[in-house]
Design a protein around this ligand. Structure first.
Ligand code: SAM
Length: 241
């Protein structure tokens, strides 16, 4: 999987290669992270890429020419161009898994008041990371890359699995524990020490249902649940009533 990030802050984005799971994936050659400075496509000696807004209004807008040339020079034949933008569709797990099947993602980062609309003709889609406004697309690109990288085969190695995580099955993840057994009087649930994998799996699934019911009941509408699991949810509702 290759990520090409078009940005005004290439050093900031490139630093992501030095850390954690992304760092290891880059080292192993499973992920290539390439950064491109949009300013290097400016056609003036000061490398300015922004200008005033037509029609008036506060702030500056990034011009179409350097953005479009950066896209054209770097997308190659397989690049899917994504503009990180608060106007885009909100990123979710389904989208993350879809993007992980791509060969090359070109992530366009805006800044200031955004990018001249005419550059959008060269963008395949706009993606938002949530209903709030950031000052630049860089942090949003890091979020997207981090989430997508977890689904690239080999990236997680022994450090985790995507299968049981929150959202993977449409539910939130069950609570997790590590040593010590007793932390300030709070003990690890006994069943997790039982060694009985079937019972542990059932317990975790129930906990997953409980946590989802308490925090994100909206997710339960879409989740594939057995009759027994629906009965368990009914019992939680009864307890509350
Ligand atoms: N004027 C724009 C608007 O109201 O839609 C906001 C521009 S914002 C200050 C600057 C840049 O940050 C955007 O061009 C975009 O690349 C990025 N950005 C801001 N919020 C974002 C979000 N929620 N998701 C993804 N990117 C975002």
């Amino acid at each position: 999987m290759k990520f090409t990030v078009l940005t005004l802050f290439p050093e900031f984005v490139a630093s992501f290669k030095n850390y954690s799971i992304m760092g290891k994936a880059v080292e192993k050659g499973l992920i290539h992270l390439n950064t491109v400075d949009i300013r290097s496509y400016a056609r003036n000696k000061h490398h300015n890429v922004d200008d005033y807004v037509y029609g008036g209004g506060p702030g500056m807008v990034i011009q179409a020419q350097p953005v479009v040339e950066a896209i054209e020079k770097n997308r190659g034949w397989s690049g899917r161009v994504i503009y990180l933008s608060p106007r885009g569709k909100t990123l979710n797990q389904q989208k993350v898994e879809e993007l992980a099947r791509e060969e090359h993602l070109v992530l366009l980062n805006g800044h200031y008041e955004g990018i001249d609309e005419r550059a959008m003709a060269y963008v395949d889609e706009e993606i938002s990371i949530g209903d709030y406004v950031l000052s630049g697309g860089e942090v949003a690109s890091l979020v997207l890359m981090d989430a997508v990288a977890r689904y690239v085969p080999g990236v997680l190695g022994n450090e985790g699995s995507t299968e049981e995580e929150s959202h993977a099955s449409g539910l939130l993840e069950h609570p997790q524990y590590t040593r010590p057994y007793d932390f300030r009087g709070y003990k690890v649930p006994e069943i997790l020490l039982s060694g009985n994998h079937k019972l542990i799996q059932e317990y975790r699934r129930r906990e997953s249902l409980r946590v989802t019911y308490e925090r994100r009941p909206d997710l339960l509408e879409e989740a594939a649940l057995s009759k027994k699991e629906r009965q368990y949810l009914d019992s939680l509702r009864d307890q509350e009533a």
